[in-house]
Design a protein around this ligand. Structure first.
Ligand SMILES: C[S@@+](CC[C@H](N)C(=O)[O-])C[C@H]1O[C@@H](n2cnc3c(N)ncnc32)[C@H](O)[C@@H]1O
Length: 248
Protein backbone atom coordinates (compact mmCIF):
# COMPACT_ATOMS: atom_id res chain seq x y z
CA UNK A 1 0.00 0.00 0.00
CA UNK A 2 1.49 3.43 -0.92
CA UNK A 3 2.61 5.36 2.19
CA UNK A 4 0.00 8.13 1.85
CA UNK A 5 -2.83 5.58 1.65
CA UNK A 6 -1.42 3.71 4.65
CA UNK A 7 -1.74 6.89 6.70
CA UNK A 8 -5.35 7.33 5.55
CA UNK A 9 -5.93 3.99 7.32
CA UNK A 10 -3.72 4.28 10.41
CA UNK A 11 -3.16 8.02 10.83
CA UNK A 12 -6.34 9.20 12.58
CA UNK A 13 -4.85 9.15 16.11
CA UNK A 14 -1.32 10.21 15.10
CA UNK A 15 -1.11 13.38 17.17
CA UNK A 16 -2.02 11.57 20.41
CA UNK A 17 1.53 10.23 20.67
CA UNK A 18 3.53 11.92 17.92
CA UNK A 19 4.87 15.43 18.38
CA UNK A 20 8.04 17.49 18.01
CA UNK A 21 10.88 16.27 20.22
CA UNK A 22 12.75 19.52 21.01
CA UNK A 23 16.27 17.99 21.13
CA UNK A 24 15.84 16.36 17.72
CA UNK A 25 14.17 19.51 16.35
CA UNK A 26 17.21 21.53 17.46
CA UNK A 27 19.45 19.24 15.37
CA UNK A 28 17.18 19.51 12.30
CA UNK A 29 16.81 23.27 12.58
CA UNK A 30 20.58 23.74 13.00
CA UNK A 31 21.13 21.65 9.86
CA UNK A 32 18.75 23.95 7.94
CA UNK A 33 21.35 26.69 8.47
CA UNK A 34 20.22 30.14 7.45
CA UNK A 35 17.44 28.86 5.13
CA UNK A 36 14.51 31.26 5.12
CA UNK A 37 12.14 29.29 2.87
CA UNK A 38 11.72 25.62 3.85
CA UNK A 39 9.74 22.82 2.20
CA UNK A 40 8.62 20.06 4.60
CA UNK A 41 8.00 16.85 2.63
CA UNK A 42 5.81 14.10 4.13
CA UNK A 43 4.85 16.75 6.64
CA UNK A 44 2.04 14.90 8.40
CA UNK A 45 0.46 16.99 11.15
CA UNK A 46 3.33 19.51 11.13
CA UNK A 47 5.80 18.22 13.72
CA UNK A 48 9.32 19.69 13.46
CA UNK A 49 8.26 22.62 11.24
CA UNK A 50 10.49 25.53 12.32
CA UNK A 51 8.36 28.40 13.71
CA UNK A 52 10.71 31.15 12.58
CA UNK A 53 10.94 30.40 8.85
CA UNK A 54 8.66 30.53 5.83
CA UNK A 55 7.46 26.89 5.61
CA UNK A 56 5.50 25.15 2.85
CA UNK A 57 4.33 21.62 3.59
CA UNK A 58 3.70 18.64 1.27
CA UNK A 59 1.55 15.73 2.48
CA UNK A 60 -0.35 13.14 0.37
CA UNK A 61 -2.74 11.84 3.06
CA UNK A 62 -5.95 13.84 3.67
CA UNK A 63 -6.25 12.20 7.11
CA UNK A 64 -2.83 13.59 8.05
CA UNK A 65 -3.47 17.02 6.47
CA UNK A 66 -6.69 17.28 8.52
CA UNK A 67 -4.65 17.03 11.75
CA UNK A 68 -2.52 20.08 11.01
CA UNK A 69 -3.24 22.68 13.69
CA UNK A 70 -4.88 26.00 12.87
CA UNK A 71 -2.18 28.42 11.77
CA UNK A 72 0.18 25.67 10.54
CA UNK A 73 2.07 26.22 7.28
CA UNK A 74 0.12 25.92 4.02
CA UNK A 75 0.06 22.28 2.89
CA UNK A 76 0.05 21.00 -0.69
CA UNK A 77 -1.44 17.56 -1.51
CA UNK A 78 1.43 15.85 -3.33
CA UNK A 79 4.03 13.08 -3.00
CA UNK A 80 7.80 13.37 -2.64
CA UNK A 81 8.46 11.58 -5.93
CA UNK A 82 6.77 14.33 -7.94
CA UNK A 83 7.05 17.70 -6.19
CA UNK A 84 4.97 20.41 -7.90
CA UNK A 85 7.62 23.15 -7.59
CA UNK A 86 10.17 24.82 -9.86
CA UNK A 87 13.87 23.94 -9.62
CA UNK A 88 15.64 25.57 -6.66
CA UNK A 89 12.51 27.31 -5.42
CA UNK A 90 13.29 26.80 -1.68
CA UNK A 91 16.36 27.52 0.41
CA UNK A 92 15.98 24.09 2.05
CA UNK A 93 13.82 20.97 2.01
CA UNK A 94 13.34 18.74 5.06
CA UNK A 95 11.75 15.30 5.55
CA UNK A 96 11.18 13.73 8.97
CA UNK A 97 10.34 10.06 9.65
CA UNK A 98 8.83 9.67 6.19
CA UNK A 99 11.38 8.48 3.59
CA UNK A 100 10.84 4.80 4.52
CA UNK A 101 7.19 5.20 3.44
CA UNK A 102 7.93 6.54 -0.03
CA UNK A 103 7.40 4.22 -3.00
CA UNK A 104 10.70 5.39 -4.48
CA UNK A 105 12.92 6.98 -1.82
CA UNK A 106 15.77 7.83 -4.19
CA UNK A 107 13.40 9.58 -6.65
CA UNK A 108 11.86 11.55 -3.76
CA UNK A 109 15.25 12.59 -2.39
CA UNK A 110 16.35 13.72 -5.87
CA UNK A 111 13.16 15.76 -6.13
CA UNK A 112 13.99 17.46 -2.82
CA UNK A 113 17.47 18.22 -4.15
CA UNK A 114 15.96 19.60 -7.37
CA UNK A 115 13.60 22.03 -5.67
CA UNK A 116 15.88 23.14 -2.82
CA UNK A 117 19.44 24.28 -2.33
CA UNK A 118 19.87 22.23 0.87
CA UNK A 119 18.30 18.95 2.03
CA UNK A 120 17.88 17.70 5.62
CA UNK A 121 16.39 14.25 6.23
CA UNK A 122 15.74 12.49 9.55
CA UNK A 123 15.74 8.73 8.99
CA UNK A 124 17.51 5.55 10.13
CA UNK A 125 20.43 3.37 9.12
CA UNK A 126 19.72 -0.33 8.63
CA UNK A 127 22.82 -1.00 6.55
CA UNK A 128 24.62 -3.34 8.92
CA UNK A 129 22.82 -6.66 8.57
CA UNK A 130 22.48 -7.04 12.34
CA UNK A 131 20.94 -3.59 12.82
CA UNK A 132 17.72 -5.09 14.13
CA UNK A 133 19.63 -6.67 17.04
CA UNK A 134 20.64 -3.21 18.28
CA UNK A 135 17.18 -2.58 19.73
CA UNK A 136 15.75 -5.07 22.23
CA UNK A 137 12.22 -4.67 20.82
CA UNK A 138 13.15 -5.95 17.37
CA UNK A 139 15.81 -8.38 18.67
CA UNK A 140 13.73 -10.13 21.33
CA UNK A 141 10.10 -9.52 20.39
CA UNK A 142 9.54 -8.35 16.82
CA UNK A 143 12.18 -9.78 14.42
CA UNK A 144 9.58 -9.47 11.60
CA UNK A 145 10.67 -5.83 11.30
CA UNK A 146 13.74 -7.00 9.35
CA UNK A 147 11.44 -8.30 6.57
CA UNK A 148 9.77 -4.91 6.12
CA UNK A 149 12.98 -3.45 4.71
CA UNK A 150 13.63 -5.94 1.92
CA UNK A 151 14.33 -4.16 -1.35
CA UNK A 152 14.64 -0.68 0.19
CA UNK A 153 17.70 1.41 -0.77
CA UNK A 154 20.36 1.50 1.97
CA UNK A 155 21.14 4.72 3.82
CA UNK A 156 24.42 4.92 1.89
CA UNK A 157 22.54 4.73 -1.43
CA UNK A 158 20.13 7.42 -0.26
CA UNK A 159 22.98 9.66 0.87
CA UNK A 160 24.86 9.11 -2.40
CA UNK A 161 21.78 10.04 -4.45
CA UNK A 162 21.83 13.58 -3.05
CA UNK A 163 25.49 13.92 -2.01
CA UNK A 164 24.60 14.07 1.70
CA UNK A 165 26.72 13.47 4.80
CA UNK A 166 25.23 11.44 7.66
CA UNK A 167 25.13 12.41 11.34
CA UNK A 168 24.04 10.13 14.21
CA UNK A 169 21.06 11.26 16.30
CA UNK A 170 20.90 9.73 19.79
CA UNK A 171 17.39 9.20 21.19
CA UNK A 172 16.84 10.79 24.61
CA UNK A 173 15.40 8.41 27.22
CA UNK A 174 12.31 10.60 27.60
CA UNK A 175 11.82 11.33 23.88
CA UNK A 176 8.58 13.31 23.38
CA UNK A 177 7.91 12.00 19.85
CA UNK A 178 6.51 8.47 20.16
CA UNK A 179 8.21 6.90 17.13
CA UNK A 180 9.07 3.19 17.12
CA UNK A 181 12.35 3.38 19.09
CA UNK A 182 11.29 6.29 21.36
CA UNK A 183 10.44 4.19 24.41
CA UNK A 184 13.69 2.20 24.51
CA UNK A 185 14.04 2.88 28.28
CA UNK A 186 10.27 2.85 29.00
CA UNK A 187 9.34 -0.69 27.86
CA UNK A 188 5.89 -0.66 29.47
CA UNK A 189 4.82 1.97 26.93
CA UNK A 190 4.78 -0.67 24.18
CA UNK A 191 1.96 -2.45 26.03
CA UNK A 192 -0.23 0.60 25.43
CA UNK A 193 -2.41 0.20 22.36
CA UNK A 194 -2.46 3.96 21.74
CA UNK A 195 1.35 4.10 21.65
CA UNK A 196 1.45 1.28 19.11
CA UNK A 197 -1.27 2.87 16.93
CA UNK A 198 0.99 5.91 16.44
CA UNK A 199 3.69 3.79 14.76
CA UNK A 200 3.21 2.22 11.32
CA UNK A 201 5.53 -0.73 12.07
CA UNK A 202 2.87 -2.39 14.19
CA UNK A 203 0.27 -2.20 11.41
CA UNK A 204 2.78 -3.45 8.88
CA UNK A 205 3.87 -6.58 10.80
CA UNK A 206 0.22 -7.56 11.23
CA UNK A 207 -2.00 -8.38 14.24
CA UNK A 208 -0.61 -11.85 14.88
CA UNK A 209 3.01 -10.71 15.30
CA UNK A 210 1.83 -7.68 17.29
CA UNK A 211 -0.18 -9.82 19.72
CA UNK A 212 2.69 -12.27 20.20
CA UNK A 213 5.25 -9.48 20.79
CA UNK A 214 3.05 -7.68 23.31
CA UNK A 215 2.19 -10.89 25.16
CA UNK A 216 5.82 -11.88 25.38
CA UNK A 217 7.00 -8.41 26.48
CA UNK A 218 4.27 -8.24 29.14
CA UNK A 219 5.39 -11.60 30.55
CA UNK A 220 9.07 -10.57 30.58
CA UNK A 221 8.30 -7.28 32.33
CA UNK A 222 6.30 -9.13 35.00
CA UNK A 223 8.95 -11.81 35.54
CA UNK A 224 11.90 -9.41 35.61
CA UNK A 225 13.43 -11.03 32.49
CA UNK A 226 13.34 -7.77 30.50
CA UNK A 227 15.10 -5.92 33.34
CA UNK A 228 17.70 -8.66 33.63
CA UNK A 229 18.46 -8.68 29.89
CA UNK A 230 18.54 -4.89 29.55
CA UNK A 231 20.12 -3.83 32.81
CA UNK A 232 22.80 -1.73 31.00
CA UNK A 233 20.16 0.52 29.41
CA UNK A 234 18.78 1.87 32.65
CA UNK A 235 21.91 3.96 33.26
CA UNK A 236 21.80 5.61 29.81
CA UNK A 237 20.25 9.03 29.15
CA UNK A 238 20.32 8.62 25.36
CA UNK A 239 20.67 5.63 23.03
CA UNK A 240 22.29 5.21 19.62
CA UNK A 241 19.76 3.07 17.75
CA UNK A 242 20.68 3.97 14.19
CA UNK A 243 18.72 7.19 13.75
CA UNK A 244 20.47 9.54 11.35
CA UNK A 245 20.34 12.96 9.75
CA UNK A 246 21.23 13.21 6.07
CA UNK A 247 22.46 16.72 5.36
CA UNK A 248 23.61 18.23 2.07
C1 LIG B 1 5.47 8.89 10.27
S1 LIG B 1 4.63 10.12 9.38
C2 LIG B 1 5.72 11.53 9.63
C3 LIG B 1 5.00 12.83 9.57
C4 LIG B 1 5.81 14.04 10.02
N1 LIG B 1 6.94 14.29 9.14
C5 LIG B 1 6.27 13.86 11.45
O1 LIG B 1 7.49 13.92 11.71
O2 LIG B 1 5.42 13.70 12.33
C6 LIG B 1 4.97 9.71 7.69
C7 LIG B 1 4.26 10.60 6.69
O3 LIG B 1 4.77 10.37 5.38
C8 LIG B 1 3.69 10.53 4.48
N2 LIG B 1 4.01 9.92 3.18
C9 LIG B 1 3.84 8.64 2.81
N3 LIG B 1 4.23 8.45 1.53
C10 LIG B 1 4.68 9.64 1.09
C11 LIG B 1 5.23 10.10 -0.15
N4 LIG B 1 5.41 9.27 -1.19
N5 LIG B 1 5.57 11.40 -0.26
C12 LIG B 1 5.42 12.24 0.79
N6 LIG B 1 4.91 11.86 1.98
C13 LIG B 1 4.55 10.58 2.14
C14 LIG B 1 2.53 9.87 5.21
O4 LIG B 1 1.28 10.20 4.65
C15 LIG B 1 2.76 10.38 6.62
O5 LIG B 1 2.09 11.58 6.87
Amino acid sequence: MPGGQLYDTIGATYTMTRRTEPRIAARIWAALGDARTVLNVGAGAGSYEPPDRDVTAVEPSPVMRAQRPAGAAACVAAAAENLPFEDQSFDAAMAVSTVHHWQDPVAGLREMRRVARRVVVFTYDDSDTGWWRRFWLTRDYLPEVADLLAGRPSLAEQARAIGARTEPVPIPWDCADGFFEAYWRRPGAYLDDQVRRGVSVWARVGPQAERRAVRSLRADLASGRWAERNRDLVALDAAELGLRLLVT
